[in-house]
Design a protein around this ligand. Structure first.
Ligand code: IPT
Length: 982
């Protein structure tokens, strides 16, 4: 039997006073072992209401509370699992990488909030009295000392790792007292400097587990897959004798004996699990066996012989009220949301998640990079001097962390890479961890991003590298150290999803699918860590009066704190869709259709599309395809499309049906969708997995012939349905619709990506926009000319103190019922920055609410975030068109709009435009810190934009690519305005 026990904790007893500053991982706990959801292993959850007392320092209170019979009179209470700072005791602190205490390892501040917890419990009447019971803590931040019935069991550090104590000999049938002292700060805090809230408390389950005599202390499921032969080999090692049963495979062998049988393999796309049992003298341990082999072959990460493409996310554990104390429903919600958005991989940034999450990944199918609870990022402030990762005194603690992760999670098929940690610099400690992990489990690869030389890793991993660099890496033109040359490449973090964005992920995906060496990436990050409260909506750094904080940098997820998908997730889903549908040949036709003759003769074929299976393992038999033919955004006919069950990587050309007859309208398109053919574990039948739209006819310019003439009146000029201010030339009303006349607008409330991360030297554009004065442009009126069939208003739009500006001419004409506005813009001076936007802003009465449009939707889109916008006819309301970014910023633009109706006004674009409507001004949006600062006024402000600056990812990463930038250049664009009656 090749089972090896993991390193035992040191046998020294806990020191009475200074264990918070002890670099050793603790004392008294049992060696780590595999986690499994207890089935017939008897367990007693100790979750629930605990007595609680908070002290400002670690030594303010003595240990007498741990004694039996202690009366916690005057104490308060907390929910376990939970963080006391989210339950009215003290407050959370958010820092990205700065330690919120003086850096003097391993010392911690005297002001060390300390939570004493007490839980009384009786054993169930039938609890076996055979002595074998362990007390398990799944997660306590940042360190704990534990007493049961007055006996000191020991101490531990390692917040997101399990710790168990043998307690059988101490238990009584009734009146047991569990006392836990938790300190916010410990030596361990130096190893836990992740970019997140500091949230002390017993935040994962506390459980009493009966371990009958003859039960396995630990077991290790080895289940590999030979893709040549289709055979799986199973060997379950156990430290006690036992039998391994897998009924579906007719396996009944002794523990430790390998057995090879034909199986279906486990992959994230086909998560085949076989239920089994490890039967020992004392218990039956449930097994969930997934056969798969992970290897580095041909310089690539391969599973079952096939290179995988990670379409991943970085997942912190987060709940807007409970912090990192996640219930099973929340974990499941994450997994279902990921699967439904085509995400196939999770990096458990930056610590092992609640163990049940990995069961869900096994069941539903997600590749997992399981990351150790290790980050020492704050040492970057001192050039990494004294970094614990390179100080042998800390190595036992690092090894303890590695072992607690690997031992706990080693039986999950979903885990394909172990990650040593995040942003911990370089050092001998990492090498020791990697060596230990390799010795214990050589069936997975090792990841760590922070060492440019990749000394200890099997994959070259970077974060936030820009597109050009990624392409150079793909071509082996930018390999750095020789160690890296042969390694596959992943972006363990990219696409910083802070606020509006990330932009440019489609461009990354094109690279990933073009070069074998690029095996995908993990968007940073899954969820905004906003804390729900009444005052802020969702609070972020600084909202709790922290002396050091990093503001809303903690809100950079693809889902909002309440798990509503943000436009970023919708975009990501489209970008990573596993099926590609492209036009090969499309028959354009003149509309309306001349006759039905061509259809009958078969000449009027719709054309051909190429369908490509982009899965790595699954064929397309699980998907159903359908087409719809749309005219002016409305489906006029639809039907199924027969697509063969293509194998991964295969393509087929598929004929579209003849287009429907006589569709009247100005533009036509095909929409082809791939949907789930039947219900799956994670999505209903009909759920859209992938889609494409193919234009048949391009939208034409709206027809318009000017006929009306401007007529002067009493302080006004009328032109067709328009009434203008005679002095300023501003439109006042169109028929019965009052309007605050459109005028040039170049400002948008900067997005987090506009602002750029403050440490980035090339984060110029956001702040410089403001320095340039683009948020306070002045409009100088040069002329109002009513002549022939037009009213022309000449202006110059420019900020104070600068010589640059935009000469802007508004030319109005009318055909009697409609007004046409042509805006001509000519930049003057030297423009060294792109513009935020270029278009007009107008005001409508606050009663405007319902919006309909023909163009991109249903959600927002910007030049480099609009892959997921579908061309169609959409309907919404002004309120529903807002995207509630936790820190308010530019949002809500619908791209490619040909026509929109709002508040009795119809706008047609020539060319198409970006449409935005909101109940506050851009300036109010810009000034708001939280959504609760935004109050509707009496006007609905509408932006009709000819251009928008791209979004990029510069809150932490590259800015918008050149092709998405909006540089000041001569421009002309038109809108047709008319009143919608009825
Ligand atoms: C990177 C961190 O790994 C991650 O935890 C998070 O802080 C992210 O940045 C930004 O949100 S580190 C950074 C220096 C690139």
């Amino acid at each position: 039997m090749s089972f090896r026990t993991s390193p035992r904790p040191p046998a020294t007893p806990p020191s009475a006073t200074d264990y918070t500053e002890d670099v050793s991982p603790g004392s008294g706990a049992l060696p780590p072992r595999a986690w499994y959801a207890a089935s017939d292993a008897r367990s007693l959850s100790l979750n629930g209401r605990w007595d609680f007392r908070l002290s400002p320092t670690a030594d303010a209170e003595d240990d007498s509370f741990a004694a039996r019979g202690y009366e916690p009179g005057g104490w308060s209470g907390v929910e376990v699992p939970g963080h006391w700072v989210l339950q009215g005791h003290g407050s959370p602190i958010y820092t990205n990488h700065l330690y919120p205490f003086p850096v003097d390892p391993p010392r911690v501040p005297t002001e060390n909030p300390t939570g004493d917890h007490l839980r009384r419990f009786d054993l169930p009447p039938d609890w076996p009295a055979d002595g074998g019971t362990v007390l398990r803590f799944d997660g306590v931040e940042s360190c704990a000392r534990v007493w049961l019935n007055g006996t000191d069991l020991g101490t531990f550090q390692g917040s997101r790792l399990p710790h168990e104590f043998a307690v059988g000999h101490l238990l009584e049938p009734g009146g047991n007292v569990l006392a836990v002292r938790v300190h916010q700060w410990s030596a361990g805090s130096y190893l836990e400097d992740q970019d997140q809230w500091w949230l002390p408390g017993i935040f994962r389950d506390v459980t009493l587990l009966h371990r009958p005599p003859g039960s396995a202390l630990d077991f290790f499921v080895h289940a590999s897959y030979d893709h040549h032969e289709g055979l799986g080999t199973l060997r379950v090692d156990s430290d006690v004798d036992g039998r391994v049963l897998v009924p579906a495979l007719d396996i009944d062998v002794e523990a430790g004996t390998p057995v090879t049988v034909p199986v279906l393999p486990w992959t994230a796309e086909t998560p085949r699990l076989y239920d089994g049992e490890l039967v020992t003298e004392g218990e039956r341990v449930p097994l969930r066996v997934g056969f798969r082999t992970v290897e580095l072959a041909d310089g690539l990460i391969k599973v079952n012989g096939t290179a995988v493409l990670f379409k991943g996310v970085n997942r912190h554990e987060w709940h807007p009220e409970k912090g990192r104390a996640l219930d099973p429903e929340t974990m499941l919600a994450d997994v279902l949301l990921m699967k439904r958005h085509n995400v196939n991989a999770v990096r458990t940034s930056h610590y092992p998640p609640h163990p049940a999450f990995l069961d869900l990944c096994d069941t539903y199918g997600l590749w997992v990079v399981d990351e150790c609870d290790l980050e020492t990022h704050g040492f970057t402030e001192q050039g990494w001097r004294d970094n614990p990762v390179d100080d042998p005194r800390w190595t036992p603690a690092l090894l303890d962390r590695a072992a607690r992760m690997v031992e706990r999670d080693k039986n999950h098929p979903s885990v394909v890479l172990w990650s040593l940690g995040n942003e911990a610099g370089t050092g001998r400690g990492l090498t020791a961890m990697a060596e230990w992990i390799r010795g214990r489990d050589n069936s997975r690869l090792i990841h760590y991003e922070g060492d440019p030389d990749c000394r200890d890793t099997d994959v070259y991993s970077r974060m936030y590298a820009d597109h050009a660099e990624v392409e150079r890496i793909a071509r082996h033109q930018d390999d750095g150290g020789p160690g890296r040359r042969r390694l596959p490449f992943i972006l363990c973090e990219y696409g910083h999803a802070m606020g509006n964005g990330p932009g440019g992920i489609a461009d990354y995906q094109r690279l990933f699918t073009s070069y074998d060496r690029l095996q995908g990436g993990f968007v940073w990050e899954w969820i905004d860590h906003g804390i729900r409260d009444e005052r802020h909506g969702f609070a972020y750094g600084g909202d709790f009066g922290e002396e050091l904080h990093d503001g809303n940098f903690v809100c950079d997820g693809l889902v909002f704190p309440d798990r509503t998908p943000s436009p970023g997730l919708v975009e990501y889903k489209k970008v990573i869709e596993p099926v590609r549908i492209e036009p090969v040949r499309i028959e354009g036709r003149d509309l309306p259709s001349p006759s039905g003759a061509d259809r009958e003769s078969g000449a009027g074929r719709g054309g051909t599309v190429r369908v490509t299976n982009g899965y790595d393992f699954a064929d397309l038999s699980g998907l159903a395809f359908e087409w719809s033919y749309q005219v002016d955004g409305e489906s006029v006919e639809s039907g199924p499309l027969v697509v063969p069950a293509l194998a991964p990587g295969q393509s087929a050309e598929v004929e579209l049906p003849p287009p429907p007859l006589d569709p009247r309208g100005s533009e036509a398109q095909w929409t082809v969708r791939a949907t789930l053919a039947g219900e799956t574990a994670w999505g209903p039948r009909g759920h859209v997995v992938a889609w494409a739209q193919i234009a048949v006819t391009e939208p034409a310019s709206p027809a318009f012939t000017p006929s009306a003439r401007p007529a002067p009146g009493d302080g006004v000029i009328t032109l067709g349905p328009g009434t203008f201010d005679a002095r300023t030339g501003a439109l006042l009303a169109l028929g019965g619709v009052e309007v605050v006349g459109p005028r040039l607008d170049v400002w948008r409330a900067p997005t987090d990506n506009d602002n750029g991360a403050h440490w980035q030297t090339d984060a110029r554009h956001g702040p410089l926009w403001r320095a340039l004065g683009l948020h306070r442009m002045r409009h100088r009126l040069d002329a109002v000319e009513a002549r022939d069939d037009s009213l022309t208003v000449r202006t110059r739009v420019a900020p104070a103190a600068r010589d640059l500006g935009l000469r802007t001419r508004y030319r109005w004409t009318s055909d009697g019922t409609r007004l046409r506005l042509t805006v001509s813009v000519a930049p003057e001076g030297r423009w060294t920055l792109p513009l935020p936007r270029l278009g007009v802003r107008l005001g409508l009465p606050g009663s405007a609410d319902r919006v309909t449009w023909l163009g991109g939707g249903p959600g927002e889109g910007y030049p480099d975030t609009m892959t997921a916008c579908m061309n169609g006819r959409w309907e919404s309301t002004v309120d529903a068109m807002q995207t509630p970014y936790v820190r308010p910023q530019e949002n809500g633009a619908r791209p490619g709009v040909r026509r929109a109706e709002i508040g009795g006004l119809r706008v047609e674009g020539d060319p198409a435009f970006w449409f935005t409507a909101r109940r506050w001004t851009t300036e109010q949006l810009d000034a708001a810190d939280h959504v609760t600062d935004l109050r509707p006024g009496g006007t609905v402000w509408v932006n009709l934009d000819h251009g928008q600056q791209g979004i990029g990812s510069q809150s932490c990463g590259p800015g918008a690519l050149p092709q998405y930038q909006l540089w000041a250049a001569p421009a002309e664009f038109s809108f047709l305005f008319s009143e919608v009656r009825g």
